[in-house]
Design a protein around this ligand. Sequence first.
Ligand code: 0A1
Ligand code: ZN
Length: 885
Amino acid sequence: MKDEKMTTDGAPRIRLSDYRPPNHLVDAVELDIRLEPERTQVRSRLSLRPNPERPGDAPLVLDGEDLEILAIMLDGIPLARSEFVVSDRGLTIAAVPDRPFTLETTVLIDPSANTRLMGLYRSNGVYCTQCEAEGFRRITFFPDRPDVLSVYTTRIEARKSDAPVLLGNGNRSSAGDVPGTDRHFAIWHDPFPKPSYLFALVGGDLGRIVDGFTTQSGRQVRLGIYVEKGKEDRARYAMDALKRSMRWDEEVFGREYDLDVFNIVAVSDFNMGAMENKGLNIFNDRYVLASAETATDHDFASVEAVIAHEYFHNWTGNRITCRDWFQLCLKEGLTVFRDQEFTSDMRSRAVKRIQDVRLLRSHQFVEDSGPLAHPVRPETYREINNFYTATVYEKGAEVIRMLKALLGPDAFARGMNLYFKEHDGRAATVEDFLACFEKASRRDLTQFKLWYSQAGTPELAASVDQRAAEGTLEITFEQSVPATPGQPKKEPMVLPIAMGLVGEDGRDMLPEVKCEPALKNGVFELDRQRATIRFSGLKERAVPSLLRGFSAPVRLVSNLGSDDMLRLGALDSDPFNRWQALHAVMMKVLLDHQSGRSPEGSPTTADLVAALAQVGADEALDPAFRALVLSPPGDTDLTREVGHDVDPDAVHHAVEWLRELLGRQLGSTLEDIYRRHASNEPYSPDATSAAHRALRNAVLSLLVATGGDDATSLAGEHYRRADNMTDRMAGLLALSRLRGPVLDEALEDFYGRFRDDTLVLDKWFTVQAIAPDEDALDRVERLTGHPRFAMSNPNRVRALVGAFASGNPVQFNRKDGRGYAFLADHVLKLDRQNPQLAARLLSSFRSWRVLEPQRRELARRELERVAGMDGLSRDVADIAERSLG
Ligand code: 0A1
Ligand code: ZN
C-alpha cells in the first residue's frame, strides 16, 4: 500500500469559514465491485450535473487515494491523458460539460494491504468497509464530502467460497451466480440519497441470526446480525437491544425505520466502536457479542448503548446529515443525547446520569483543559479523524441536554419535530438546527450558540449567604470561562442551573419560599458574568442543592461546608446531587491528605464514613446507586482537582489511602452488604440483577483495599466461585491489586479458559496493564511479545498499550519517563500501519502540562521526539504538534 507521507506542514488547514458548495452534484452512483483479496476492481458510473450554486465553468474535482486507475470515460468516451490531472489526493477534469453528464472510472484496490482500516479492507478474511469520514475516496473517485447526496446501486461480486454472504446498503434487488464461474453476485439499491461516508459493503463467510420488526405504521422489517460462525448465540442480546431501540425511537421521538432490511455486521478489526452506514451498520465485535461467560454487565450495557446509538443515527445523521465535517456534533452530540435517554429509560436514570458525568469529567473536562481543547464545533482542522472526541460527542450531548432544560420538554419536542420535517433528506448545519428551536420556542438562541464555539469548561462559583434570623438566603453566581488554544478571551455563556432548597428533614423547601428572580421549572438561568438569586421567608435553615442532575457541564465551586454537603448526601431528593455531595466530601478529604494535613481522625472523615455507611446499607435505595456512592474518586479524578504540578505518586498514594481507610472503617457494613447481595439465581444481564452485582463488587474492591491474607482469600474465593464474567473480572481485578501466587493462578486459569477467544483475552491483557504495581511497565513490555498480542488488531492494542497509558496513571507517569518512551515508541511503530489508532494512543499525553516539572520535561521530550520524526502521518503529526503548541 502506498502510505500517505505528509507532515501537517504540508497538509492544508481546513476552515469552516472557507466552506464553498461543491462544483458538481452526483444524482446517482452505480458501482460494480469485484472482490479479490489483493486486486479488487471497482467500476463506478456517476450521474453528475453542475451545481446551480457554483459558476458554470468550474472543474470537476474528485477525491481519490491509493487507487490504481484502469480507465476513465466521460459520457462514454475514454479521456485522453491530457484531459485530466491525477495527484495523490484525487482527480481533476478541467473541461466538463455545462449540463448533466456521466463519468465512468475503473480502478484497482488492494483490501489485504489496507492496514489503516479506512476504505475497503479485510478483517479475519471478511471484506468490509469504513468510509467515515474520508474513506470512500479509497474505494473510488468521488466528491467525498457529506454535502453530496446520491442514490446508490451497488453490484458486489465475489468467489462463492470466499464470500457466501454479500451485503450492501438499502434493499437487495437481485442476486445470483455468475454463469460459468465459481462466483456469485448481489445487487443492493438504497433509495435514500446519502453522502459517501455512509456507503458500506460486506463480503464474507459469516454466521447470522435473523428476526423481524413491525414498525408503527405496520411495515415489516427483516433484521439480521452477522457474526463470526459459531458465535451466533452471542448476538442475541444485541438483537434484543436493536428491537427495543427501534420501538423507543418511535415512541419517544416519533421516528420510524424506513427500509425493508436492517443488517448489522460484527468485525474484529475496527478503529472505533461502530458505524451507522445506511441499513448496514458495521460494528467492532466487542459491541455486538455478549454472553454471561464472556461479557461483563458493563459490556452488556455498552452493547445496548452502541446498538441504540448507531440505530438512532438513521434519523440523526443519515436522513439528516452534516453539511461539512465541522458540523460533526450535529449528528454525534444529538445521537449521544438520544442514546443516553434510551439507556435512562431502559435502566436507571439517576445511575446513568452519574456514570455519564463521571465519564464527561474524566475525559472531556481533561481534554478541555489541555492543549487539545477545541470547541464542540471546531472552526479549523488538519485531520478530521482527530475530532471524534469527547468534546464533540459528550459535551455535544450536554449542549442538547441544556437546550432541553432551557426550553422545557414541550418546546424541545416541537423543535425536534420541526428539524426532522424541514431538513429531512438534506445536509444541515448547527445554525439550521438551532433555527428550528428558535422557531418552536420563540426564543433567541444567539447567546446559547456560544456553547458551540467557545472551548473550555466554564467555572461556576456559587457563594451562599444565609441569614437564618432573617429567613433569607442569597446565592451569588459568577462564571468564568478559561482561555483555551486560540481563544484567549471568552464571553459569558447561558448556564441553566437547576436547584432546590433542602430542609432539615430533606423536604424540598422551594414551594414554601419566595424567590427573586423566579425559577423556571426549578432552573435559574445565569446569562451574565455575575448574578444573585434571593430567597426569603425561610422558616428553617436550608441547604441549597445546586446544579441538580448536573444541569450544565461546568466546574462548580461553592462555599458550602462539609456538613451541608453531608446533609445533601443523606437527604437530597435529587439522586445525582446526593452522589455528587458525598463524592465532593471524599474529594475534600483526599485534597487534605495531599496537602499534608492528616484527615484520618478528623470530624469530616468520621462523618463521611458514617454517611457512606448509611447510604451503603440503605436497602431502600437502588443497589447500582449505592455501588456508585461506594466507589471513591480515582487517580484521574484527584489529578483533575489538583490541577497543576501534579505528582502522580502522591495522587495514587492518597487515593489508595482513602480506599484502605474506607475498607477498614466500613468493614462490617461492607461484609454485611457482600453477604446479603450474593445471588443464587442463574445469571441474567438485566439492570436489576446487574445492580446487585455492581454493589457487591464495589464492596469487594473496598474490602480488599485493606490488604493482607483475608483480602487475598476473599478475592480468590470471589474469582473461583464466579459463574459469570462480571464476577470473574471483579475477582481478578481485586487479586491484581494484591499480587502474589493466588493472582498468578487466577491469571493462568483465565488464560486457559479463554485463550482462543480474542475478545475475552483482551480483558486478560488489560488487567495486567492497569495493575498499578512497580512491575507494570516491564510486564506490559513483555506482553507486547506474547504470541497472542498483535499490533494489527486495534482492540488488542487498546487493551494492552492503550489501557496502560490511560488506565494506569501512576505507572505510565513513572518518574524515570520510561512510560512515556514506551508509548512514543509504540505510536511511531503503529503509525506506519494505522495512523488513526496511533494518533488516538498519542492523545494519552493530553494532560502532560499539569504534571510536576520533572515529568513534564520528560513528557515534552517524548512528544518532541515524535513530532520531529520524518514521514509521520497527518493524524499523528497533528496530535503531536497541537499537544506541544
Ligand atoms: N459515526 C460513528 C463513529 C465512527 C467514526 C469514524 C470511524 O472511522 C473509523 C468509525 C466510526 C459513530 O458515532 O458511531
Ligand atoms: Zn455516532
